[in-house]
Ligand binder design. Structure first.
Ligand code: HEC
Ligand code: CU
Length: 378
C-alpha cells in the first residue's frame, strides 16, 4: 500500500443522494450509474438497502458494497458463518419440499379417463405427522444452539487490555464519537486501526443513546448492536483491511433515520496515530476569519456546538473542532464541500429536512462569514 495506493471512489448513500439531488445541487460528486456494473447493482439489492453508489475520488479504498456476505472483521466473520449454516439448512428444506411437491404434481396429475372418479381418500398418517413435527423441532433446536454459541463467543470474547476504547452516542440523527483515552471528540466518522490475523488491534465500542433507540450497523465489520437510552451496550470490531467501511443506523429513530449514516475509516496504526495527533493538536486561530468567528460566538451556534479550546461548549450538535477533517456533513447527508457547507448554514433543512438544527435565518453576508470561519476548523 502506501503512496502508490490506487485512487478509489468516494461514497455517499443512494437514498441520501436521490433526496439531496432533488433539493440541492451536488456539484462535485455526481452519481454516474453507468459506471457501476450490473453485478454491483445486484449486490446492492442483495445487501438489502445497505448498498451504496460509488462516485468522486478519495485516497482510501471504500468498501462500497456494505455486504454481510463479505465480512472483513472478526465478529462479522462469525455472523457470516452462521448465516451460511442457516441458508444451507433452508436450501436443504427447499430441495426436499420442492422435490416432493414436484413428484406429487407429476405422479398424481389428471389422466384421460379420470373424469368423474375420486382419488382414494386417506385420513392422517402418524408416521408422517411425527416426522414433520420432530424434524423441524430438531432443526430449530440446532440453529438456536449454534446462534447462542456464536452470540456468546462474540460477546464474551476477551479483548487485549490495550485495545482502543471508543464511546459512541447515538443522536437524532448523527453519531457522537469519543476517544476517552485520547481526549478526542468527533462525529459521524469513526477512525480505528487495522488488525492482522497475528497482530490483534481490536476496538472496544461502548454504545449509548442521547434520545431514542438507534442501532450501530457496519455490515462488513460486525452484527447490529442497539444504542439504548440509559444503558450502555458493548461491542467490538477487528477489521482486517484498511479503507472506509459504510454503515448506518439500523433502528428506525425518526424523520431523518435514513440519513444517519456512519463511516468507519480503518487505518494502519501509523495513520491512526497521526489522525489522533492531528485531532488533539491545539486549535490554531486563523485571524483571516475573525468576522465569522465573532458571528459564530455571538449567534446561538455555541449553545449546540463545541469547538475545543473556545467558549463554544454545546453538546446538542456535533463537535465542530475539526469539522473540515471529515469528508461528509450531517452524518453522510452530503459531502463536506464549501458549497454544501454554505447550504447547510443557510438552512440545514434543504439538505436534511426535519433535522434538529434550526434554520438560523442568517442573511447571505452572515452565511459567508460563518462559512469562512468553519472552513478554518481543520
Ligand atoms: C439548537 C441547536 C443548534 C444550533 C443553535 C445550531 N446547530 Fe448546527 N447542528 C445541530 C445539530 C443537532 C446538528 C446535526 C444535524 C444532523 O446531522 O442531523 C448540527 C449540525 C451542524 C453542522 C454539521 C456538522 C457535521 O459534523 O456534520 C454544522 C457545520 C453546523 N451544525 C453549524 C452550525 C452553525 C454555524 C450554527 C450557528 C449559525 C449552528 N450550527 C447552530 C444543532 C444546532
Ligand atoms: Cu438512529
Amino acid at each position: 500500500m502506501g503512496a502508490a495506493r490506487r485512487r478509489k471512489p468516494k461514497i455517499l448513500r443512494r437514498e441520501g443522494i436521490r433526496a439531496a439531488r432533488a433539493t440541492f445541487p451536488l456539484t462535485q460528486n455526481h452519481v454516474n450509474p453507468a459506471r457501476i456494473s450490473k453485478l454491483k447493482r445486484l449486490g446492492l439489492v442483495v445487501a438489502g438497502g445497505t448498498g451504496s453508489w460509488a462516485f468522486g475520488a478519495d485516497s482510501a479504498q471504500v468498501h462500497s458494497i456494505a455486504n454481510i456476505f463479505k465480512p472483513l472483521s472478526a465478529p462479522a466473520e462469525a455472523v457470516y458463518e452462521i448465516s451460511l449454516l442457516a441458508l444451507l439448512v433452508c436450501a436443504g428444506i427447499f430441495l426436499v419440499v420442492g422435490s416432493l411437491l414436484a413428484y406429487a404434481v407429476v405422479k398424481f396429475r389428471s389422466r384421460p379417463g379420470d373424469e368423474g372418479t375420486e382419488p382414494p381418500q386417506i385420513y392422517g398418517s402418524n408416521q408422517l405427522e411425527m416426522a414433520w413435527t420432530a424434524i423441524p423441532i430438531l432443526i430449530v433446536f440446532v440453529l438456536v444452539l449454534v446462534t447462542a454459541r456464536t452470540t456468546a463467543d462474540v460477546q464474551n470474547h476477551p479483548l487485549p487490555e490495550d485495545s482502543l476504547k471508543v464511546r459512541v452516542v447515538g443522536h437524532q440523527w448523527w453519531w457522537e464519537i469519543h476517544y476517552p483515552d485520547h481526549g478526542v471528540i468527533t462525529a459521524n466518522e469513526l477512525h480505528i486501526p487495522v488488525s492482522s490475523r497475528d497482530q490483534r488491534r481490536p476496538t472496544a465500542l461502548r454504545l449509548e443513546s442521547a434520545d431514542v433507540i438507534h442501532s450501530f450497523w457496519v455490515p462488513q465489520l460486525a452484527g447490529k448492536t442497539d444504542l439504548i437510552p440509559n444503558r450502555a451496550n458493548d461491542m467490538w470490531v477487528e477489521p482486517y483491511q484498511t479503507g472506509t467501511f459504510l454503515g448506518n443506523c439500523a433502528e428506525y429513530c425518526g424523520t431523518q433515520h435514513a440519513k444517519m449514516l456512519l463511516r468507519v475509516v480503518v487505518e494502519t496504526p501509523e495513520e491512526f496515530a497521526r489522525w489522533i495527533a492531528s485531532q488533539k493538536a491545539p486549535v490554531v486561530q486563523d485571524s483571516s476569519a475573525q468576522a465569522g468567528r465573532d458571528l459564530f460566538f455571538n449567534t446561538s451556534c455555541v449553545n449546540c456546538h463545541r469547538i475545543s479550546g473556545t467558549a463554544a461548549e454545546g453538546v446538542f450538535g456535533p463537535d465542530l473542532t475539526r469539522l473540515m477533517s471529515r469528508s461528509t456533513l450531517a452524518a453522510g447527508a452530503a459531502s463536506n464541500t464549501p458549497e454544501n457547507l454554505r447550504l447547510w448554514v443557510q438552512n440545514p433543512h434543504t439538505i436534511k429536512p426535519g433535522c434538529l438544527m434550526p434554520d438560523m435565518q442568517l442573511n447571505p453576508a452572515e452565511v459567508e462569514k460563518i462559512v469562512a470561519y468553519l472552513l478554518t476548523l481543520k
